[in-house]
Design a protein around this ligand. Structure first.
Ligand SMILES: [Fe+2]
Ligand SMILES: [Fe+2]
Length: 144
C-alpha cells in the first residue's frame, strides 16, 4: 500500500463527494472497517502491488469479519432491517467467492473487472445500508 494508492479518490460527479467520503458513516468501529476495506481494494487495483490470490483472500477474510461486526451490532440492538442488510453482505461474500473461483481458473480479466467495480458498489452499500444502521445505533433505545 502506497500513499499514491490511498490518494486515488475519484470524485462523485453528482455530489462532489469522493468515494472515500461516501464510505465514512460517523461511527468509529464501522469507519475503521471501511478504511480497511478501502485499503484492500486499493491494493487490488494497483498493478504494481496486486497479488490477486493473496489479496482476494485478504478481502474475503476482511469481509467475513466486517459483516460479523456489523451484524453483531444489529443483533445486539435489535435492528429491524438485520435480514435485509445481512442478505446484502451475503451477496457480496458470494461475489467474492465466485471471483476467487475465476482467479483459480486463470480468468484475470474477471478479477480486474470485479476489482474496478468494487468501490462503487461498496460506496452505495456504505451510504445506504451502513449509514441507516449507524443512524439507528446512534438513536437506538436501549433494552429495558
Ligand atoms: Fe460496512
Ligand atoms: Fe454493511
Amino acid at each position: 500500500m502506497t500513499e499514491a494508492t490511498l490518494a486515488k479518490k475519484p470524485a462523485d460527479a453528482a455530489s462532489g463527494a469522493t468515494l472515500h467520503d461516501r464510505i465514512l458513516v460517523g461511527f468509529k468501529p464501522i469507519d475503521d472497517l471501511h478504511k480497511e476495506f478501502e485499503e484492500i481494494v486499493g491494493v487490488l487495483n494497483d498493478p504494481a502491488e496486486a497479488d490477486f490470490g493473496e489479496h482476494l483472500l485478504a478481502l474475503h477474510e476482511h469481509m467475513l469479519r466486517h459483516a460479523a461486526v456489523e451484524e453483531g451490532f444489529m443483533a445486539q440492538e435489535r435492528y429491524p432491517h438485520l435480514g435485509r442488510h445481512r442478505r446484502a453482505h451475503e451477496h457480496l461474500l458470494e461475489a467474492i467467492a465466485r471471483v476467487r473461483d475465476r482467479w483459480d481458473c486463470g480468468d484475470v480479466e474477471a478479477v480486474r473487472r470485479f476489482a474496478a467495480e468494487l468501490m462503487g458498489w461498496f460506496a452505495i452499500h456504505a451510504s445506504s445500508e451502513d449509514a441507516e444502521l449507524v443512524a439507528y445505533l446512534k438513536g437506538a433505545p436501549k433494552a429495558a
